[in-house]
Ligand binder design. Structure first.
Ligand SMILES: Cc1ncc(COP(=O)(O)O)c(C=O)c1O
Length: 438
């Protein structure tokens, strides 16, 4: 397989772009540092072509969850192209903002108002600002990953890897004002007692509880009801981060399916099928306090984002996309389990079906992940230990994928038996979290 052009560009990028990519999850060192193709020339449906014209079936991160329908979706693209032809920005506002706000509030009857940004992390920063403006308090209790902004990374100021158990280990808070120490407190999903201790220890100072409604674990022991009750009891806003979970289990936030009523919910990723758009929706009194703080940005008014979101939601609803995402995710999770048992490998499988993941158990977990990725690439499949389903994933794709995974698992199992796993490695092992790249 010729990969010269991709490799040359990757080496140039390391030199001219700190950290190579704007997103940790799209860095090649997260997959197979030397082999992952890194750049694409074209993407359509569930297929990707790299710079050297190699063709892959993408059974990996699906634009890290942004492309819920598939790449270059004809209907969304047509709406966007039409919008561009009529001017994607001007001195006046886009009427689609109002249409999208109305649609999101219709889909989430507890919400009265909406604001828009263009990326997930900044939308979370807006939500936190609104909650702080509303409560006029500073401190945040949170669970899970919520982006790169100061309010969140502040958690690692007092405890070096407080965020390590919340999706990404080793996130460095360098550059975050040390004065923000003791403003963000992590708790674990399903651990209501941890949340309660934070609220009691910081009584009268808490602005918000921030969490994903669901991700790797299912809620247990009425956890979500308990969170809502604690938020009410302590007078703090409950912000639900639907950036990854939203538009996976049905058309809208996962919280609706789980019977959780937040004060604010935040969406991005799937909302625009890859076009930049994020939404903060919430109850009137809380959202209205956005007007007491200064929250404003030029590019939050361009038109492509809301147009893409409207077209995506329409298609999502009409085709019952969520049902497809769940079914495909189930098949892949089941496939991992069956292949592991067939080849005597130990794996842990988890995540809601549309955002599935597995890990090889044991000390050589990262090495096996790297070897698996390498092997899948050699069979023309982009794959790692994450699988995010898209509407574009077909039954044929699943069959092709599981056949290739069978070959990869078999090769790993044989190498394990003959104790020569190292000989399969074609380069460095994948990274586990945030590190300097060079
Ligand atoms: C739950 C959650 N919140 C926030 C973010 C940050 O969103 P973005 O990468 O668009 O800034 C992510 C991204 O992975 C996420 O999964």
């Amino acid at each position: 397989m010729n990969t010269q052009k991709g490799k040359a560009l990757k080496n140039k990028a390391k030199d001219i772009i700190p950290g190579l990519s704007q997103l940790l999850s799209k860095r090649p060192d997260m997959f197979s540092p030397d082999n992952w193709p890194t750049y694409y020339k074209k993407a359509k449906g569930a297929e990707v072509w790299d710079l050297d014209n190699n063709h892959y079936l993408d059974m990996s991160i699906s634009g890290i969850g942004a492309n819920v329908l598939g790449y270059a979706d004809d209907d969304v693209d047509e709406a966007v192209i039409n919008c561009i032809r009529n001017g994607s920005s001007s001195s006046l506002n886009a009427p689609e903002d109002v249409e999208l706000a109305t649609l999101l509030c219709d889909l989430h009857p507890w919400a009265d108002m909406a604001k828009f940004t263009r990326t997930g992390g900044e939308a979370m920063a807006v939500a936190v600002r609104i909650a702080r403006s509303y409560t006029q308090k500073s401190k945040i209790a949170f669970c899970g990953y919520h982006g790169w902004h100061d309010w969140y990374l502040a958690a690692n100021l007092s405890e070096p890897d407080a965020l390590g158990q919340h999706l990404i280990p080793n996130l460095s808070p360098r550059g975050v004002p040390k004065e923000l120490a003791q403003t963000a407190f992590p708790f674990h999903y399903n651990k209501l007692d941890e949340l309660e201790s934070i609220l009691i220890n910081n009584k009268g100072e808490m602005a918000a509880i921030v969490m994903e409604p669901i991700r790797n674990l299912k809620p247990q022991n009425n956890f979500l009801r308990g969170v809502r009750e604690l938020a009410n009891k302590h007078g703090v806003a409950l912000i639900v981060d639907e950036i990854s979970a939203g538009f996976r289990l049905h058309t809208g936030g996962a919280h609706l399916k789980l019977g959780l009523e937040p004060d604010i919910a935040v969406f991005s990723k799937a909302l625009g099928n890859g076009y930049p758009i994020a939404a903060i929706i919430g109850k009137r009194d809380i959202m209205d306090s956005a007007q007491e703080s200064f929250i404003s940005s030029t590019m939050w008014t361009e038109r492509v984002g809301p147009v893409a979101a409207l077209a995506t939601i329409k298609k999502h609803q009409e085709l019952n996309v969520a049902e497809h995402l769940i079914r495909v995710g189930q098949q892949v999770q089941q496939g991992w389990k069956e292949l592991a048992s067939k080849h005597g490998l130990k794996v842990d499988v988890g995540g809601i079906e549309p955002l599935s993941h597995f890990s090889f158990l044991g000390d050589d977990s990262q090495m096996l992940k790297t070897v698996f990725t390498q092997n899948m690439l050699s069979q023309g499949v982009l794959a790692s230990t994450l699988f995010y389903s898209m509407y574009a994933h077909t039954q044929d794709h699943i069959s092709t994928y599981l056949k290739a995974a069978n070959t990869a698992f078999e090769s790993i199992a044989n190498a394990k038996i003959s104790n020569n796993l190292n000989s399969l490695l074609e380069g460095p092992i994948a990274s586990t979290g945030f590190t300097r790249l060079n």
